[in-house]
Design a binder for this molecule. Structure first.
Ligand SMILES: Nc1nc2c(ncn2[C@@H]2O[C@H](COP(=O)(O)OP(=O)(O)O)[C@@H](O)[C@H]2O)c(=O)[nH]1
Ligand SMILES: [Mg+2]
Length: 657
C-alpha cells in the first residue's frame, strides 16, 4: 500500500525532530563531562540547526493553464475540502507564489508589487524588506476567506507598451513572447511580482515550501527563478496537459529552464495532467488506457525521456475524489502514483544530504571527544607509574620527585612561545584563504562581469564573458584548495612534532572539501548557460536585464562561498580547539601530580589510597568511552526515516527511542 506524500513527509519530520533532540542530549552529556570544546559545540550547533530548519522546496513549473495550481490543491490542500489556490479558466496564477511557514510572521499573504522590477535589487533582497510588500492577513479557520485572499495572485494591470518595456515584460527582439496588445493599445501585465503565503499548514510547518510558477513569460522575465529558485528546489514537477500535447512554449520551458542537472535523481518529475479529458464513455477502459499510454510515449520521446518517466494523472479529479472520499475516482485519477514518486524523490534527496552531514559531523565529533578521553587516560597512567615508583621510598626521594615535576612544568610553560608561533603561521595562511573566498573577491568578479556585459552586449560576447567569470571563480577556488593543502601539511607536520616532544595526541582535522564547491559552481554555470540559450540571449542586449541576471548570480554565489568559508572556519576552529584542549589538560595534569605528592608528603593521604582513587578514575573513563560510543552510534545508525522501508507505518523516531 503506498502512503500519501503527506504521510511520508510527516514521518520525515518526526525523524528530524527526534534527531535534533538526541543531538541536544548528546551536547548536554558532553558538556557535563567536560568534553564539549568550542569546535565540537559549533559542529553540534550547525548540525542541529540544519536538522531543525531543514526546508524542502517543491517547484511546480509549466506553461499557464496546465493545471499547476489545481495539482497543488489536490496533493497538499485537499484536507481543506475545497480549492485553495485559484485554479479555474481565467483565474490563472500571474506571479510566482511561494507557500511556506515562518513562525515569526502571522498567517498572511505578502505581495511584492511589479513596479519593484524598475529597481535593481534582486528578489532575495526584497525579501528582507517586509514594508515593501502588501500584506493581507489570513484567517486559517476560514477556507473561503483564504481562497478569496489567494485570488490576489491572479491580479493584473493594464499598462502602456512603454511601461511594459521598462518592467522587462515587453521585448522587441522576441515578439512571440510578448503579451497581446488590447484594442486600447494597452497590454496586460501581472500586478504582483512575487507572492509569499505564510500559513501553519501541517506540511509547511515541517519545512515544506511549495513554489507555484506562472507561465513561460513570467518565468523568463524573472531570471532568479531559473538560475536560483528552480535549480535549488529539491524536486521540480514539470506539467504538460493531455488536451494540448507538448506545445512550442512547453518545450521552451523544458529546454531553457528545466533540463535536469541530473536526470535520474527522481527529483524531477514530468506529469501528463488532465488525463480525464481522454476518458470517454464510448470507449472501453482498455481503449482509453491505450490512448493515454500512446500519448505518454510521444511526450517522453519529444522531451528525450523514458516512457516511465512521464506520469499521467488528473489533478482535478484527484482533488474531487479526495474532497468526496471517492476511492474509485482517486484511483482513476492516478494521483497516488504521482504522490508516491514525489515523496520518494524529495525524501531521497533530503536524506542523501542529511545522511552525509550526519555521517561526517558525528564521526569527527566522536574522534575529537575520544582524543580528549585518551589524553586523560594517559595522564592517569603516568600518575600511576609515578606513584607506584614512590612505594617504600623516603621523604628525600619524594621531595626530589616534586622538584622534577616542577621543572617539567616550567619547561612546558616556556614552550608556549613555540606553540604561539605555529598558530600565527597557520592564521596567516588562513587569512589568504579567507581573502580568496571573501565577499570582496566575489564583488570584484561581479563588477567585471557587469562591465564586460555592458561593453559587449552581443550574444557571443555574453557567453564568453560568463565563461571567463566562471573560469576565474574556479581558479580562485583552486587557489584556495592549494593553500588549504599547504595548511594541512603544515598542521600535520607541527602536530606530529608537538606529539613527539610533549606526548600530545594531536591530529589534524579533516581538510575542507573545496572541490565540492567547484562542482556547485559548475551547476550554477550550467543553469546560466541554459538560461542564456537562444531567446534570452537577445534580451541581454538590454543592460538592465543583464544587470538583473548578474545580481541573481551574485546572490547564489554568495550562498556557496559563505558555506565554503564556514567549512574553512570550522576546520580552523577544530585545530585550535584541539591544541587548547591538550594544553589545558596538560596544565591540569601538572596540578594534579603536584597535589598528589603534596598530600603524600604531608601524610594526608596514604599512597595506596591515592592509587585506588586513580584506578576508580580509570574505570570512570572507560564508562565514559562506552557511553560516547553508544550515544554517537545511535545517531549514525538510526534509519533516517521510516518511509524507506515500505509498509512500515511507525515512525523511526518511535521505534528506536
Ligand atoms: N479536465 C481537467 N482540467 C483541469 C485539470 N487540472 C486543471 N484543469 C483546468 O485547467 C485550468 C487551469 O488550471 P490551473 O491549475 O489554474 O493551471 P495553472 O495555470 O497551470 O496553475 C483550469 O480551468 C482547471 O480547472 C485536470 O486534471 N483535468
Ligand atoms: Mg496557477
Amino acid at each position: 500500500m503506498s502512503t500519501s506524500f503527506n504521510d511520508q513527509f510527516d514521518q520525515h519530520g518526526a525523524w528530524r525532530r527526534d534527531f535534533a533532540l538526541r543531538l541536544k542530549l548528546l551536547a548536554e552529556w558532553l558538556k557535563d563531562h567536560d568534553l564539549l570544546d568550542s569546535a565540537v559545540e559549533e559542529r553540534l550547533r550547525r548540525l542541529e540547526g540544519q536538522m531543525r530548519s531543514d526546508k524542502v522546496m517543491v517547484a511546480f513549473v509549466a506553461e499557464f493553464s496546465r493545471g499547476k495550481s489545481e495539482l497543488i490543491n489536490a496533493i497538499f490542500f485537499a484536507g481543506y475540502k475545497r480549492r485553495i489556490m485559484p485554479a479555474s479558466a481565467g483565474r490563472t496564477t500571474m506571479c510566482p507564489t511561494e507557500l511556506g511557514y515562518d513562525a515569526q510572521v502571522p498567517p498572511c499573504l505578502r505581495l511584492l508589487p511589479i513596479e519593484t522590477r524598475l529597481q535593481m535589487q534582486p528578489l532575495m533582497e526584497w525579501r528582507a524588506v517586509p514594508e515593501k510588500w502588501t500584506r493581507i492577513d489570513l484567517d486559517v479557520n476560514d477556507p473561503a476567506q483564504l481562497a478569496k485572499a489567494f485570488e490576489k495572485v491572479s491580479e493584473v494591470r493594464r499598462v502602456t507598451l512603454e511601461e511594459a518595456r521598462a518592467l522587462g515584460l515587453w521585448h522587441e527582439e522576441a515578439p512571440e513572447d510578448n503579451p497581446m496588445i488590447g484594442s486600447d493599445g494597452l497590454v496586460e501585465v501581472p500586478r504582483w511580482r512575487h507572492a509569499l503565503i505564510n500559513i501553519a499548514h501541517p506540511l509547511l510547518k515541517q519545512g515544506l515550501v511549495i513554489l507555484d510558477t506562472p507561465g513561460l513569460n513570467a518565468i523568463g522575465a524573472e531570471p532568479e527563478l531559473t538560475v536560483n529558485l528552480i535549480p535549488q528546489a529539491h524536486a521540480v514537477v514539470f506539467i504538460l496537459a493531455a488536451d494540448t500535447g507538448v506545445t512550442k512554449s512547453d518545450l521552451a520551458i523544458w529546454r531553457e529552464h528545466l533540463i535536469a542537472e541530473d536526470n535520474d535523481s527522481g527529483s524531477r518529475l514530468v506529469v501528463l495532467n488532465k488525463i480525464d479529458t481522454m476518458w470517454d464513455a464510448l470507449s472501453t477502459p482498455q481503449q482509453v488506457q491505450a490512448q493515454i499510454e500512446r500519448q505518454r510515449t510521444t511526450t517522453a520521446q519529444i522531451l528525450g525521456l523514458q516512457q516511465h518517466q512521464v506520469i499521467p494523472v488528473s489533478g482535478q479529479k484527484g482533488l474531487v475524489a479526495k474532497v468526496n472520499n471517492d476511492a474509485e475516482l482517486l484511483k482513476a485519477s492516478q494521483l497516488p502514483v504521482l504522490e508516491e514518486a514525489l515523496a520518494h524523490g524529495v525524501m531521497g534527496q533530503r536524506q542523501k544530504i542529511l545522511r552525509a552531514a550526519v555521517g561526517t559531523n558525528i564521526g569527527e565529533l566522536r574522534s575529537e571527544a575520544t582524543r580528549v578521553l585518551g589524553i586523560r587516560r594517559r595522564d592517569l597512567s603516568e600518575q600511576m607509574v609515578e606513584l607506584k615508583g614512590l612505594r617504600g621510598k623516603n621523604t628525600s626521594v619524594i621531595r626530589h620527585m616534586r622538584a622534577r615535576i616542577e621543572q617539567e612544568q616550567a619547561d612546558f610553560d616556556a614552550s608556549g612561545a613555540k606553540i604561539h608561533a605555529v598558530r600565527s603561521v597557520h592564521l596567516k595562511l588562513l587569512r589568504d584563504v579567507f581573502d580568496l573566498l571573501g565577499t570582496a573577491t566575489l564583488k570584484t568578479q561581479m563588477t567585471e562581469l557587469t562591465d564586460a556585459l555592458r561593453t559587449r552586449g552581443l550574444k557571443l560576447g555574453v557567453r564568453k564573458a560568463y565563461a571567463r567569470t566562471f573560469d576565474r571563480l574556479r581558479e580562485g577556488l583552486r587557489q584556495g584548495e592549494k593553500i588549504s593543502g599547504e595548511i594541512q601539511t603544515m598542521l600535520t607536520g607541527t602536530f606530529r612534532q608537538l606529539n613527539a616532544e610533549y606526548g600530545f595526541s594531536l591530529q589534524a582535522p579533516r581538510e575542507p572539501d573545496l572541490a565540492r564547491y567547484e562542482r556547485d559552481l559548475d551547476l550554477v554555470e550550467r543553469s546560466h548557460n541554459q538560461y542564456l540559450g537562444v531567446s534570452n540571449a537577445l534580451k541581454l542586449a538590454q543592460p538592465e536585464f543583464a544587470d538583473r541576471l548578474v545580481r541573481a548570480l551574485a546572490t547564489r554565489l554568495r550562498v556557496i562561498y559563505e558555506s565554503a568559508l564556514g567549512e574553512v572556519e570550522l576546520w580552523n576552529k577544530s585545530a585550535a580547539a584541539q591544541l587548547d584542549a591538550q594544553l589545558r589538560e596538560r596544565r591540569r595534569n601538572f596540578g594534579r601530580r603536584l597535589e598528589a605528592i603534596e598530600r603524600i608528603q604531608q601524610a594526608a593521604t596514604g599512597l595506596d589510597d591515592r592509587i585506588t582513587e586513580i584506578e576508580a578514575q580509570e574505570a570512570a573513563l572507560d564508562a565514559l568511552d562506552a557511553k560516547l560510543e553508544q550515544l554517537t552510534s545511535q545517531l549514525t545508525a538510526a534509519p533516517l526515516s521510516a518511509n524507506v522501508d515500505a509498509g512500515d507505518t511507525e515512525p523511526a523516531a518511535l521505534r528506536t527511542a
